[in-house]
Structure formats: structure tokens, C-alpha cells
Ligand binder design. Structure first.
Ligand SMILES: [Zn+2]
Length: 89
């Protein structure tokens, strides 16, 4: 079976289910909402996340969530074994 997943641009784990439809998934690991527009302009605050992708990446590194308020909450979790980048890259 081929697993089609996209990499979350915030935490870097493969948590985003991928198909040909518009992707509106929210990452289970860092709670970033996948947003192609925001991904093109990582320094800008665009779309549903309310935070720039660059800031979200920094927050994930420091707090394990795209926003400080999600740190340690039920909205974020550790990555699963089948979400690790080395399986896909
Ligand atoms: Zn993520």
C-alpha cells in the first residue's frame, strides 16, 4: 500500500493526508492548518492559522506546537512511527 501524505510545513512530520482535493487538514502533531497560500509566504500572517509559518516553526521547535497556547494540550501529540520524515525522504 502506498501512503500518500504531505509533510507538515511547520513541524516537518508527514501528518497531512494527501489527495487531489484541496487540503484543509490540521496537523495532529503541531496543530498547524495546512494552507498552500501561507506556505508560499512563510513570513506573512495569512489564512486560518493567524500566525506566520516562520513563527509557527519557531514555536514548534520551542514548545512542540505551532502556537504557545497549544503547547501540552490535547491538540498536539508526539509524531507516530509512520509519520517520520525518513520514511518518505
Ligand atoms: Zn505539524
Amino acid at each position: 500500500m502506498i501512503i500518500l501524505r504531505k509533510k507538515c510545513p511547520c513541524c516537518g512530520f508527514y501528518t497531512v493526508d494527501s489527495d487531489d482535493e484541496v487540503i484543509v487538514d490540521i496537523c495532529d502533531v503541531c496543530f498547524w492548518q495546512y494552507d498552500v497560500t501561507a506556505h508560499e509566504y512563510p513570513e506573512r500572517i495569512i489564512g486560518p492559522n493567524g500566525i506566520s509559518l516562520n513563527d509557527a516553526r519557531e514555536n514548534y521547535k520551542k514548545y512542540g506546537a505551532c502556537k504557545i497556547k497549544y503547547a501540552g494540550s490535547k491538540w498536539v501529540r508526539e509524531p507516530l512511527a509512520d509519520e517520520l520524515p525518513e520514511l518518505y525522504e
